[in-house]
Design a protein around this ligand. Structure first.
Ligand code: GAP
Length: 451
């Protein structure tokens, strides 16, 4: 058997549509530029990814959760620097009308040429702010302008004192949040890698100045271990330390994943110094200093930030999980050889959207009725699918294609022995299990899936 990994993002785009992971937004109207909808399987996958991150962050004794509003006071974005500085340099080709970024387009940087048609008839560079603007209330005057947040992080900074005082946590402590962010990207693309509406999972860890370097290194290690724990292959991950830093940053690194288009940023880990809290103190006139009761010290904390896009992580999980198992089969009578391909999404069991698929061997009522009962029994604890159409082989393949760890087959023996056959997605082993023991078997099996 030969095992092939994912070579091309298009393979994933078509699998996503076929099996209900991700659909193009507003597809019946021709779609909307780089917006995507998560389907019946994808929406469960997304929840599992968020839960994995959320639990890793907030089940610690030093991190609290937050769910801040998308719309924030417009001065927040003045203080953060987004109104004046969150922009990309943009150039228009006057011949073919292509619009592209001036700072990362090879043909423009080297030859001042349009990347599409090669023309040199180009506009001046203009700065294009990436924040989406809207108006609050009925009047569209400048006084009512608000922004769709381009990052969740500012919610953490403006709530620093609220979270610290209500939880009574002492520094070092962190605030974690998951939520939508919006950026009017000039060049979105690569499926759900770069979109204009996306979800971020960000954590700000507030520390005493002087201890920041140590915590920055700790968080680098923790975040790498998170990816390894959930099954991402070590060889597909690397750190990329930034040499050129933003004016407020003392250190920055990206966790990069080897996507089919090459190594690209998955997560940013930054030492943001006391920049954000200082700015918000200046613009709001409120103190965001921390007071240590025990030592009587008062200071503005430094912040170590870990920021990952949920959608981008889903893409990494999908790319990493995809495999094709190719076996050459020989026809006994004709001697002809043909390829049999099993497509498997080898998700970590906690990430896999559906944990168990229940399959009656035939559509006869004597099997479908108990099979539905077993489905209901399992659904009390797990996300379950029920599938009764097509041959058993085809149904196994359908379950493999969405990464279902276990398939449960109800057969004509079930009524006599009160048992079902459970098949393991990766090992392809089969066990005969009593229905009364099935939930426990699946729970244990998920916990020890790879052992
Ligand atoms: N608060 C810091 C911050 O937002 P960032 O590097 O701009 O840092 C963090 O974004 C993460 O959010 C990125 O590493 C990426 O995973 C995700 N992200 C950023 N822009 C995105 C986009 N347009 N589409 C999808 N994910 C995006």
């Amino acid at each position: 058997m030969v095992v092939k990994t994912l070579q091309d993002l298009n393979t994933l785009v078509s699998l996503s549509k076929r099996r209900g992971f991700v659909f193009q937004s507003s597809e019946i109207y021709g779609g909307l530029g780089s917006c995507w909808d998560y389907g019946p399987i994808g929406s469960i996958l997304k929840m599992n990814v968020k839960r994995a991150w959320w639990n890793a962050m907030t089940r610690r004794s030093d991190i609290v959760g937050l769910d801040a509003a998308i719309l924030m006071h417009p001065t927040v974005w003045k203080a953060s620097g987004h109104v004046d500085g969150f922009s990309d340099p943009l150039v228009d080709c006057k011949d073919c009308k292509t619009r592209f970024r001036a700072d990362n387009t090879e043909s423009y940087l080297t030859k001042k040429q349009c990347p599409q048609c090669g023309s040199k008839n180009l506009s001046e560079e203009r700065n294009f702010n990436l924040m989406f603007k809207t108006h609050m209330g009925p009047l569209e005057d400048t006084g009512s302008v608000v922004y769709l947040r381009p990052e969740t992080a500012q919610g953490h900074f403006v709530n620093f004192i609220n979270c610290q005082q209500s939880s009574r946590y002492k520094i070092p402590f962190g605030i974690a949040a998951i939520g939508k962010s919006f950026r009017n990207e000039i060049t979105p693309g690569n499926f759900i890698f770069r979109t204009r509406e996306f979800e971020q999972m960000e954590m700000q860890y507030f520390v005493k100045p002087g201890t920041d370097e140590g915590f920055f290194n700790e968080w680098k290690e923790r975040r790498l271990n998170f990816y390894l724990k959930f099954g991402i292959k070590k060889d597909n991950l690397k750190f990329h330390d930034h040499e050129k830093l933003a004016h407020y940053a003392r250190a920055a690194t990206d966790v990069e994943y080897k996507f089919p288009m090459g190594y690209s940023e998955l997560e940013g880990i930054h030492n943001r110094s006391d920049f954000d809290l200082t700015q918000h103190m200046k613009f709001s006139g409120k103190s965001l200093e921390y007071f240590n009761e025990a030592t009587k010290e008062k200071y503005i904390p430094y912040v170590i930030e870990t920021a990952v896009g949920c959608d981008r992580l889903i893409l990494a999980f999908m790319c990493d999980a995809y495999r094709e198992e190719v076996t050459v089969q020989k026809d006994e009578t004709t001697g002809k050889e043909s390829e049999d391909i099993r497509i498997v999404m080898g998700f970590h069991p906690e990430i896999a959207p559906i944990k168990v698929c229940v399959l009656p061997l035939s559509k006869k009522e004597e099997l479908t009725v108990p099979a539905m009962k077993i489905r209901d029994q399992l659904a009390e604890e797990f996300d379950v699918q029920y599938d009764e159409t097509a041959s058993i082989g085809k149904r196994y393949r359908r379950a493999d294609e969405i990464g279902t760890p276990f398939c449960v087959t109800v057969d004509f023996e079930t009524a006599n022995d009160g048992a079902v056959t459970v098949r393991h997605r990766d090992k392809m082993t089969q066990d005969r299990i009593q229905i009364s023991q099935l939930n426990t078997y699946v729970a244990n099996g998920l916990r020890n899936f790879n052992t």
